[in-house]
Design a binder for this molecule. Structure first.
Ligand SMILES: Nc1ncnc2c1ncn2[C@@H]1O[C@H](COP(=O)(O)OP(=O)(O)OP(=O)(O)O)[C@@H](O)[C@H]1O
Ligand SMILES: [Mg+2]
Length: 272
């Protein structure tokens, strides 16, 4: 296991049993012209292969920053991100950004094909994979549509497929379902869980929706306000497969929700 990468750099491990990802003592400061902001104070966490982990916390506590660091878009100021457990590198990451990143001038099919085209997959292979994904997300009939011809929920589904198209081992989702109505959101939750159960990726999802976090996750990590640290790492022991339409009515759900909210709610009482 290689633990000797320089500060803020990525190290890789080769042991299959190792976690797919570890954050070790991560801190992040941003410098602007007249200020410095410690976004992340100290985050240490590990993520097992195939786990679905949600991260919740107050706005501005560094959740998107944490995902950016995992993806290698920005470096940690201190600490290390370690990719391991057989993951072969960042080419195996899928990312769904907080902002809508579907390209308006491309059709649904062209958008979903983008990732595999970038890495030079043969056209025939791309076409078969995209057909499979569109079928799975019930978008086959809209393959030739442009994003402006889709509903918000359908566009988010296209973004999700774009993140999945390269068969990522690690899927990073930044508020993938925010701004969607409950009906659309619940259907997308069901689809995401089906995809995850079928493909078995490790998922790290940032969300402000605690219902969503408990419904989908194996673990929910609660971050404090800036500079953030982990306040709670709650294992959600609701068995799979979960029925996203009824799971909220179960006693187990309420127990987890209440425990997480008792910690998260305290953060919202603090002044900004
Ligand atoms: N590129 C940047 N330059 C300077 N400061 C930044 C930059 N990106 C983020 N920040 C600051 O770092 C802090 C954390 O930002 P980040 O976007 O990671 O928060 P977040 O937890 O994702 O918030 P939200 O829930 O609102 O999406 C904020 O105070 C933000 O202003
Ligand atoms: Mg964010």
């Amino acid at each position: 296991m290689s633990l000797d990468a320089p500060q803020g750099q990525v190290a890789r491990t080769s042991a299959e049993a190792a976690p797919i990802l570890e954050a070790r003592g991560i801190g992040k400061v941003y410098h602007t012209r007249d200020a410095e902001t410690w976004a992340i104070g100290d985050i240490t966490a590990s993520f097992a292969k195939g786990e679905f982990v949600s991260i919740v916390g107050p706005s501005g506590c560094g959740k998107s920053t944490f995902l950016h660091m995992i993806a290698g878009f920005t470096k940690a100021t201190r600490g290390q991100i370690v990719l391991g457990g057989g993951i072969s590198g960042r080419g195996k990451l899928g990312y769904i950004f907080q902002k809508d990143t579907v390209l308006p001038w491309y059709t649904v099919r062209q958008n979903v094909s983008l990732g595999p085209s970038f890495i030079g997959k043969p056209a025939k292979e791309i076409s078969a994979r995209v057909d499979e994904l569109l079928e799975m997300a019930h978008l086959r009939a809209f393959a030739g549509s442009y994003p402006h011809q889709l509903s918000g929920g359908m566009r988010r589904r296209v973004a999700l497929l774009m993140g999945l198209a390269n068969d990522p081992e690690l899927l990073l989702l930044d508020e993938p379902f925010s701004a969607l109505d409950t009906h659309t959101k619940t259907h997308l939750h069901r689809e995401l869980l089906e995809i995850w159960r079928k493909l078995g990726q490790t998922v790290i999802m940032v969300t402000h929706d605690l219902d969503e976090a408990v419904t989908l996750s194996d673990r929910v990590i609660v971050l404090s306000s800036r500079p953030s640290s982990i306040l709670l790492d709650e294992r959600i022991d609701i068995p799979h497969p979960r029925d996203v339409f009824t799971v909220r009515q179960t006693e187990m759900f309420t127990r987890h929700f209440t425990r997480i909210w008792s910690v998260l709610g305290q953060q919202f009482r603090k002044p900004e």
